[in-house]
Write a protein that binds this ligand. Structure first.
Ligand code: CTP
Length: 233
């Protein structure tokens, strides 16, 4: 499989969880480790793509250079950076597990323990992929992810169509080696024509290669200038 079509292509990838503060010492987040997203970014970098990671808080030792990563904490920060860098991108891969809600107000001091239940008011975060889809250019390719615990295919297809993904990677969440925290993953890849590719359980690094290969065949090959001299007789 040739990945020549991805060389020098500007590829933005959102990775990891986001965090939403409750007070100065607590936050809302999720179990995403960013392993899948970083595996994709590192493989893209290794084949010569111009890749940039927009990373939520993760604990990953990466081989990527520091200038290929922008670290963010909240969904609002991830949205702002993705909008700023995404406009010029050839490809945007939305692999982050973005917190869907944030606190209506962040307490300025640590919330003290009290009698009875504590109620925290949450308001929706922006959907980063949906916001970017509003200005998606015809030459741009968007790749989405969906993590589902039920009605996987239906939900993933709905997300793909709503957010203008060219294909969506459906994560099968189970306790047999797939999903958050594992080094392995079992995914289905669903294309916009609704064809489905089912991959067996494999390492996240191998899943990354599969996803990048799938992306590569969707990209037009770069036009190589013909430098041969033309001689007229
Ligand atoms: N996504 C995003 N911004 C959000 C939520 C999701 O960019 N605020 C992107 C994810 O990176 C992923 C896709 O949208 O590529 C689907 O994310 P997911 O969390 O599975 O779905 P949601 O649309 O948030 O729906 P739900 O949580 O109800 O399943």
């Amino acid at each position: 499989m040739s990945n020549a079509s991805l060389q020098s292509k500007r590829i933005i990838i959102t990775v990891g969880p986001t965090r939403e503060a409750i007070d100065p010492v607590r936050f809302i987040s999720n179990h995403s480790t960013g392993k899948m997203g970083y595996a994709i970014a590192e493989y893209l970098y290794s084949i010569g793509a111009d890749v940039h990671v927009i990373s939520g808080p993760v604990h990953i030792k990466t081989t990527l250079p520091a200038n290929a990563i922008t670290n963010v904490i909240t969904a609002d920060e991830m949205l702002a950076v993705t909008q700023a860098l995404g406009a010029d991108a050839d490809v945007i891969i939305f692999s982050a597990a973005v917190a869907d809600y944030k606190c209506a107000a962040i307490a300025s001091q640590k919330i003290k323990k009290q009698e009875g239940a504590l109620h925290i008011s949450l308001v929706p975060n922006a959907d980063i992929a949906f916001e970017l889809s509003k200005t998606k250019k015809p030459r741009q390719i968007f790749v989405g992810f969906a993590l589902e615990t039920e009605n996987g295919l239906t939900n993933a297809i709905g997300k793909m169509q709503r957010k203008k993904f060219d294909f969506v990677v459906l994560n099968i969440q189970d306790n047999g080696g797939s999903g958050f925290g594992f080094d392995t993953n079992k995914v289905k890849l669903i294309d916009s024509d609704l064809s489905i590719t089912d991959w067996m359980l494999k390492s996240k690094k191998d899943v990354a290669v599969d996803i990048v290969n799938h992306l590569a065949v969707m990209m037009p090959l770069p036009v190589v200038a013909d430098t041969r001299k033309i001689s007229y007789v």
